[in-house]
Write a protein that binds this ligand. Structure first.
Ligand SMILES: N[C@@H](CCC(=O)N[C@@H](CS)C(=O)NCC(=O)O)C(=O)O
Length: 219
């Protein structure tokens, strides 16, 4: 099978989802680091016209959008399956993946995590407290919904890990580094236990910010 090449950057939750999926599949892959400040370069825009990461390359096939990449990987690397066979479980997986993109990332993660973690760490910025406060009502709804949908299951789509867990865990993991976690995530014992379960997986341990930084340096 052709090599999987992932264009991404350390600290990208979407990029980590793709790397973690490749790890879950036991696939060999290579990180092609996108240098900070080059997302709008002609070279990167040719790969991703919206100037984002990740982008997957596989045997001359190039694909962006994390959900599409995750589903592609699950089709070309069918074992272990990361999509449940049961239609209701699969629908729950799809629902949680869309919650991630539409509600957790947009207006919540890209505000709170950006101002608390990424901005200060990467750009030396000070958090915008007003922006964080404005994002909190939506954030409460998102985390309440994630906890409700998870319920007493081990993973979002049932008792087996699915693409939904791999998409959401990197995003939720960032919130534990923010003071907002105390009101958003920590009160939901099931969510806390799920995150611990996810972070204990070798796929997540292999794709931390630090580990991806090491991959980028070695590339
Ligand atoms: N819908 C895209 C979102 C990807 C995305 O927003 N990636 C972030 C990093 S986690 C990014 O590239 N940000 C660069 C920017 O906003 O300029 C996907 O699912 O892949």
């Amino acid at each position: 099978m052709s090599e999987f090449i992932v264009h991404s950057i350390a600290g990208s939750p979407f990029g980590r989802s793709v790397l973690a999926a490749l790890e879950e599949k036991g696939a060999s892959y290579r990180l092609s680091p996108v240098a900070p400040g080059t997302f709008q370069s002609p070279q990167h825009l040719a790969r991703h016209p919206f100037g984002r990461v990740p982008v997957l390359e596989h045997g001359g096939f190039s694909l962006y959008e994390t959900q599409a990449i995750l589903r592609y990987l699950d089709r070309v690397l069918p074992a272990p399956a990361l999509t449940p066979a049961d239609p209701k479980h699969a629908a729950r997986m799809d629902q949680v993946m869309n919650i991630n993109d539409w509600y957790l990332f947009n207006g919540v993660g890209n505000v709170i995590v950006f101002h608390r973690v990424v901005g200060p760490r990467v750009m030396g910025l000070k958090p915008d407290e007003a922006a964080i406060e404005a994002a909190m009502p939506k954030a409460r709804t998102v985390f309440g919904e994630l906890a409700r949908l998870l319920g007493e299951q081990s993973y979002f789509a049932g008792e087996a890990i699915s693409l939904a867990d791999l998409l959401v865990a990197p995003a939720v993991g960032f919130f534990t580094q923010t003071p907002e976690w105390a009101v958003l995530g920590a009160p939901h014992a099931n969510l806390v236990a799920w995150l611990a379960r996810m972070e204990a997986r070798p796929s997540m341990k292999a794709t931390t910010w630090e580990r991806v930084s090491e991959m980028a340096k070695a590339a």
